[in-house]
Ligand binder design. Structure first.
Ligand SMILES: [Zn+2]
Length: 415
């Protein structure tokens, strides 16, 4: 199987159309998209998706969490699934998530028309929620499919207006008490197409990133305590300024990641100073260092080094220090066989690719803990994402659909 010139033209028109019509559901200022889970815009987008999946000749199904599936039944019940999420961040772009759904729909449609009935069953996934942008969901759609939503969670999670996620579901005719029914035990492979959300592919002039690993993330919360006092009367030599100590720690984190080189990153995005007056020596600072790497051993080394440098600077400045972990997500390997299949498809389609890690979280990271999973990244203009000017080049997208279709063909027809 291979794409003809006519196939490329048809796929381009279809993906373009799908992305454009989804952009209309939740359109916000400057061409952006705000499509929060279980909102009216989200429901309209899902209705639109059901329409395409049906017109592509797929059997449409809704699970208990509201995710949509377009099914091409095979000779066997095991499912090869591909797709992404339909929700967005506030003021996000039109490609994050939506493009992956559109690409999977086009690939499966092409396979149905070109190759007919598969051996294994193929499903397009339009996942209900991934961004945690309305509720602190932590991968709601994927957790539902893995049976990981805890009893009572539908009544606990609330949005900024105080609406529970269960109430939001009920308003759209979903039944929160039945969410356990969304669990799937029939999936044998998951392939998620997604924009890179970073600048590497574009910078390297590549069309596809074969994602073989999702980074590990750790956050440490540091508290530095010195002595507050009058900004005029306390001589410099007598000060125990918590903020100047914290400033050293911020720079130490930056130096640590720079010295290790890509893909190490370290960020202090949250810092609180007390008492906080312009004429007061800072007595106490709370800050969080977020650091990431694909290698758990390197990550552990970064943590040790951060703790060591913090202890040293606190001692040198006469500050008291306490450190506690705030968050830890282990790095996850994606499936080696699926990555190799994606690479073989890139070779057959004649596109330039490289293996790369994902530095952002994705559904595949959670699904990979249960199902063999892989991701296929496409470049996005300037590496911009989660903002209205997010954009992917349609030539790349068409090549991406081809690579995806060839891979799904291997998985579902040659199995
Ligand atoms: Zn996404």
């Amino acid at each position: 199987v291979a794409f003809s010139t006519a196939d490329r033209v048809a796929v381009r028109a279809m993906v373009d159309d799908l992305v454009a019509s989804l952009r209309g559901h939740g359109a916000s200022a400057g061409g952006g998209v705000t499509r929060l889970v279980y909102s009216q815009a989200w429901a309209a987008a899902m209705a639109e998706i059901e329409g395409w999946l049906g017109s592509a000749g797929l059997e449409v199904r809704v699970d208990a969490a509201g995710s949509r599936f377009g099914r091409l039944a095979g000779e066997r019940p095991q499912v090869v699934m591909s797709g992404s999420h339909v929700d967005s961040v506030v003021g996000g772009g039109a490609y994050d998530g939506a493009l992956g759904v559109a690409m999977a729909a086009c690939a499966v449609r092409w396979l149905r028309e070109t190759a007919g009935r598969p051996r294994l069953t193929l499903e397009v996934l339009a996942n209900c929620e991934e961004e945690s942008s309305r509720f602190a969901c932590n991968f709601w759609g994927s957790r539902a499919m893995l049976g990981l939503i805890r009893p009572g969670e539908c009544d606990l999670l609330r949005d900024a207006d105080g609406v529970t996620i269960g109430e939001a579901m009920s308003a759209l005719g979903l039944v929160p008490d039945r969410i356990a029914e969304a669990r799937r035990d029939d999936v044998c492979a998951y392939v998620e197409p997604h924009i890179e959300q970073g600048p590497l592919l574009e910078r390297l002039g590549l069309t596809i990133g074969v994602v073989d690993r999702v980074v590990g993330v750790r956050q440490l919360r540091f508290e530095l305590r010195g002595e507050a006092g009058h900004a005029g009367t306390i001589p410099m030599a007598a000060r125990r300024d918590a903020l100047t100590g914290a400033a050293e720690l911020v720079l130490a984190g930056e130096a640590l990641a720079r010295d290790l080189g890509q893909p190490a990153v370290a960020t202090v995005g949250a810092l609180r100073v007390e008492p906080g007056g312009a004429n007061q020596v800072p007595g106490r600072v709370d800050l969080t260092v977020d650091f990431r790497h694909v290698d758990e051993r390197v990550l552990a080394g970064m943590e040790e080094e951060l703790r060591r440098r913090a202890a040293a600077l606190a001692a040198a400045r006469g500050l008291e220090l306490s450190v506690e972990p705030r968050l830890g997500q282990r790095a996850v390997d994606l499936d080696g066989r699926l990555c190799a299949l994606l690479e073989a498809s890139c070779r057959r389609a004649g596109v330039r690719w490289q293996r790369m890690p994902s530095h952002a979280g994705h559904d595949a990271q959670l699904l990979a803990t249960r199902w063999p999973s892989a991701m296929l990244f496409l470049p996005c203009a300037g590496g911009r994402s989660h903002r209205p000017d997010e954009r992917a080049d349609m030539d790349d997208v068409v090549r991406g659909v081809e690579v995806l279709a060839l891979t799904l063909h291997e998985l579902a027809y040659e199995a």
